[in-house]
Write a protein that binds this ligand. Sequence first.
Ligand code: PBG
Length: 331
Amino acid sequence: MLFEMAKYPKFRARRIRKSASIRRLVQECRLDITDLIWPIFVGAGKGVAEPVSLMPGVNRVSIDLAVRLVKDAAARGIQGIAIFPATDESKKSSGCEEAWNPYNLANTATRAIKDAVPDVSIMLDVALDPYNIHGHDGIVQNGKVLNDETLECLKHQALSHAEAGADILGPSDMMDGRIGVIRTVLEEHGHKDTLILSYAAKYASAFYGPFRDAVRSAGALEGDKKTYQMDTANSNEALRMVQRDLSEGADMIMVKPGLLCLDICRRIKESFGVPTFTYQVSGEYAMIVAASSVGAIERSDAVIESLVAFKRAGCDGILTYFAIEVADQIT
Ligand code: PBG
C-alpha cells in the first residue's frame, strides 16, 4: 500500500456495504448474461424431451425442440450455446466414423439452429466419446487409447463441424497435438474464422458422471480417463498445457471442472491474459440442485454465487447448465 490505511473509526469497512446501491457501485466484478454459454443435450426423433435422470431440470431434446429452446434463450439474451449429441447405440463403433458424418446429430442440429437463430454462437465439442463403443475420447486398441490414430479422426470431426457452421470448436479429448492438426485442417479448407476453445486444463474429474449419463457414454466407458485427462493434483502442468495449445493455434482456453479449479483459472488468466473460460460441469450442477432440493442451500443465491466466483477468479466466460434459469435474474 502506498498510503497508510485510516484506522477505526475513521475507516469503517461497513460503509461500502451499507445499501444495495452502494454495494453495487463498488462491486469488483459482475456477471453478465453475455458471459454465459448454455450447454444442451440433443437426441434423435421429433418432439422428444427426455429428462436426464441425474440432472433434474435438464432434458435431452430432439432437434426441433432444441431450435425452440435456443430461440427462447436468445430472446433472454443468451448469445452462446454448446450442443452435445446423445448418439444412438446403433451408430457407435470402434472407429467412431459417426463423429464426422455430415448428417450426425451435432452437425444437423448446428445447421438447424444456425438457420433459425443466426446470431447465437454455436460451440461443438471435438472428442470421440459420444460415438465410441468404448466410451473413450480416443480410438481404443487392446485396452489402450491411441493418440496419433485419434488425431486423424479429430481432424475429420473438426472439419465436419466447421462445415456445418459451428462458430467455436472445443477440443475436449486431451490428445497430444490436436490443436495443431485441427488448426491446420481448418486453414487448409478456408475456415479461417473458426475459433478453437481448447480444453487445455481438463482434469480427470469425478464430477462428469451426470454428463456421461446424458450423452449415453457412461455405460460404455471402460476404465477411466486418467491416461489423457490431467491429474487433479497438478497446477504447473495446466500452465504448460495452455502454453502449448496457444502455440498450436488455440484462441481461447477452457478450465474444467469449474469450482474445483478456481486457482487454475486465476493462474492462467494472470500468466497468459488470454480469453479464459470455465465449465461448471454436470456434477457441480447436480450438487447444487441436490443440496437445494433438500433445503440445505437456497438455489438461486447459490447459483449466482458460484457463477460470480468464476468471474472473480478471472474467467471471461462460463459454460453452465444454469444459464437459462439465471437469464432473467442477471439481464
Ligand atoms: C467429453 C466431455 C465430457 C464433458 C464435456 N465433454 C466428459 C468427459 O470428459 O468424460 C463433461 C461435461 C460435464 O460434466 O458437464 N469429451
